[in-house]
Design a protein around this ligand. Structure first.
Ligand SMILES: Nc1ncnc2c1ncn2[C@@H]1O[C@H](COP(=O)(O)OP(=O)(O)OP(=O)(O)O)[C@@H](O)[C@H]1O
Length: 644
């Protein structure tokens, strides 16, 4: 059943393509459809970077050009056949994708948009100037590829493109549903939490750009044969903006969105050339809009006020189209107007809008795809660390005279701690005393100005957060850092990322090695959810969970790392009394299996009932340490909390 459901989009695509090639013989339309399919391949790749990793890229027209020119140059200079130019274009472009990723590691948002735009411009200039390789502005001519000894016809070539598009669709979908795709989404939703789950943000950003560029390279190569002529000015920044628009209009994180987006950017300019066609389409959209609005208002999904402007806009456009005699002078304005409407009113793109409309209309709740059944979950497989009394009481973590300075402020001033295995060590102190800073030093987010941190005898100072996480230190955050757009189960599976060894080929081909890892991770993920009592919410997006449950989910996600040391930063903050009771039970149970804790907490009853030892910070200095009752009675501590 599950298998059939996931194969359905591919089957629909196959039948649509078959139907098209049987019904349409006009080479002009075949070529148009071919261009759409080529853009679809590129957009699948671009969506990885834009939709999943959440980065802006205006460099994809440049990458597209690199793909085209790899094919063109190899053909012109060496007469290379298509079965050589395709892999070459993919690899060369993927390499440049890696280069494009470097700025993305440093800057985000508008800055990244500018850097990637510059990348596109540089590529275009280089293609133009390197005449010895690329023929410069003259461009390169190349015939349709050889197929079984004869040159492919337009229709045969259409089928080559169609098959590669289908293959890309399957492969991209598989990548994105694997640990790889989860890493991409995790780093978009919370880079800090991503690193602290042992998933290196650096590494996966680069991987995302490389894979994305690989698809741009494939698309570029196919485009060269499709057009049979390539020249530098095709790959301009306008095309880059158009690609980005296609993703936004179609709908990010969606293969259907990529197809719709590609169709729009290829067909819209043609549509705006033909006044009759434009009238028909504008009228159809206006009617759909009127009918949709009436239904939506009738079912109370929306109000008249909210649909008034888009309604007036689409109806106005339709009326305007009949009033016009010729469209030529209005093309750009109409295009701009349509973009404005879509970007403003359909922020989730056309696919996102259609989905929301469907769910609102049918009254069904959205369950994330890849949902799992909650029956027969075996809690015991989730939580596998059991040091069984090993070295209980020996030193696990030693913080040695750590100084953390921010400008003139000493957030931590010469603090030393000794954390014993199998214990719960409390870290308390008034607001701003340096507790969270200590957590950040321990997890590699801050590098201390001076001093050392030894974990199991080895210094972790200077190690990356993801390496520290993988060595066995997991944490939760004061201000919950879940991966909001991912389901509860997926959040935990990011924590289980370290259990995956499979590579891109194993994922792409769904080889048993990968499928087994995925199965086991799901099983463990569900077990961990059950452990914290969230198995019923496995398929719910994390951002929709109540606050208390979010905190529990964070603990379960941290446990997925199989930690030896678990750092909890104010786990009881914002929890109700029954939730706190549940939290205490869970923490004790984890402790009993041998995990060591550092616990920051403002709820004194929680600290008193859980901790074996408590250290107190005030203005970055350790002012007291000892058993909870001793510390509570300490003069300096009372003074720090109550003030003079
Ligand atoms: N990245 C930073 N840059 C500059 N100052 C910082 C930074 N991080 C923390 N500080 C400062 O260090 C001090 C300690 O902050 P920290 O967040 O560690 O306190 P805390 O004990 O966790 O407080 P709270 O209980 O309010 O969370 C504060 O004065 C804070 O403003």
């Amino acid at each position: 059943m599950m298998k059939l459901k996931s194969a359905l989009p591919v089957l629909i695509a196959v039948f649509a393509l078959l139907g098209f090639s049987v019904a349409v013989h006009n080479p002009y339309y075949i070529h148009l459809a071919e261009t759409i399919l080529i853009y679809v391949i590129l957009l699948f790749g671009l969506d990885i970077v834009v939709g999943y990793v959440g980065q802006v890229s205006l460099g994809h027209a440049g990458l597209f050009g690199i793909g085209s020119y790899t094919a063109g140059v190899l053909f012109m200079h060496f007469g290379a056949p298509i079965w050589m130019t395709i892999p070459a274009a993919i690899f060369v472009t993927a390499f440049f994708g890696g280069l494009l990723a470097l700025p993305a590691l440093k800057v985000v948002g508008p800055y990244l948009a500018m850097v990637t735009l510059a990348f596109g411009t540089i590529v275009q200039i280089l293609i133009n100037e390197m005449t010895w390789l690329t023929e410069g502005p003259l461009g390169i001519k190349l015939p349709k590829p050889e197929l079984f000894g004869s040159t492919a016809t337009e229709l045969e070539y259409f089928w080559i493109v169609a098959i590669l598009m289908l293959a890309s669709m399957v492969v991209v979908d598989r990548f994105l549903k694997s640990q790889m795709g989860r890493a991409f989404e995790a780093l978009r939703d919370s880079p800090i939490a991503c690193d602290c789950m042992g998933v290196s943000v650096y590494r996966y950003k680069v991987i995302a750009f490389v894979i994305s560029a690989g698809f741009a390279g494939l698309a570029g190569c196919l485009y060269a044969y499709s057009e049979q002529y390539i020249s530098p000015n095709t790959y301009n920044n306008e095309l880059a903006v158009l690609f980005l628009l296609a993703i936004i209009m179609g709908g990010r994180k969606s293969r259907t969105g990529a197809i719709i987006g590609a169709a729009i950017i290829v067909l819209l300019p043609k549509l705006l050339d033909d006044i009759h066609l434009f009238r028909i389409v504008a009228a159809t959209i206006a009617i759909a809009m009127i009918v949709g609005s009436i239904i939506a208002i009738g079912k109370k999904i929306t109000s008249f006020k909210r649909v008034a402007i888009p309604l007036a806009g689409t109806v106005g456009l339709a009326v305007f189209s009949f009033w016009l005699d010729s469209i030529a002078d209005w093309r750009l304005s109409i295009f701009g107007f349509m973009i404005l409407l879509v970007v403003y009113y359909l922020q989730d793109g056309i696919v996102g809008f259609a989905k929301n409309f469907y769910f609102a209309l049918s009254g069904k709740t959205k369950t994330a795809r890849g949902g799992v059944s909650i029956e027969g979950v075996d809690e015991s497989v989730g939580f596998i660390r059991d040091v069984g009394g090993k070295n209980i009481g020996a030193e696990l973590l030693k913080v040695d005279s750590v100084l953390m300075q921010f400008g003139g402020l000493k957030a931590l001033n010469n603090v030393s701690l000794s954390i014993k295995r199998g214990t719960i060590h409390g870290l308390i102190g008034p607001n701003g005393s340096g507790k969270s800073t200590m957590m950040n030093v321990l997890t590699g987010i801050y590098i201390p100005t001076a001093g050392n941190v030894l974990y199991a005898g080895k210094s972790v100072v200077g190690s990356t957060s993801s390496n520290i996480a993988l060595s066995g230190i997991a944490r939760t955050f004061q201000n919950v850092q879940l991966f909001g757009e991912m389901t509860a189960l997926q959040n935990i599976m990011v924590g289980l990322h370290h259990t995956f060894k499979s590579n891109l080929i194993e994922i792409g081909l769904h080889l048993p090695a990968y499928l087994k890892e995925e199965r086991e991770a799901r099983k463990r993920g569900m077990a961990l959810l059950k452990f914290v009592g969230l198995e019923e919410l496995a398929n719910e997006e994390a951002r929709n969970l109540p606050y208390g449950k979010q905190r529990l989910l964070e603990i379960a996600r941290a446990l997925a790392l199989d930690p030896e040391l678990l750092l909890l930063d104010e786990p009881a903050a914002g929890l109700t009394a029954p939730d706190i009771k549940e939290l205490l039970r869970i923490i004790r149970k984890i402790r009993d299996s041998g995990v060591t804790f550092i616990l920051i907490e403002h709820h004194m009853d929680v600290v008193m009932s859980l901790c074996d030892t408590v250290s107190v910070l005030d203005f970055g200095q350790k002012i007291a340490e000892g058993k909870p009752a001793e510390v509570q009675a300490d003069e300096k501590v009372i003074h720090a909390y109550l003030g003079a």
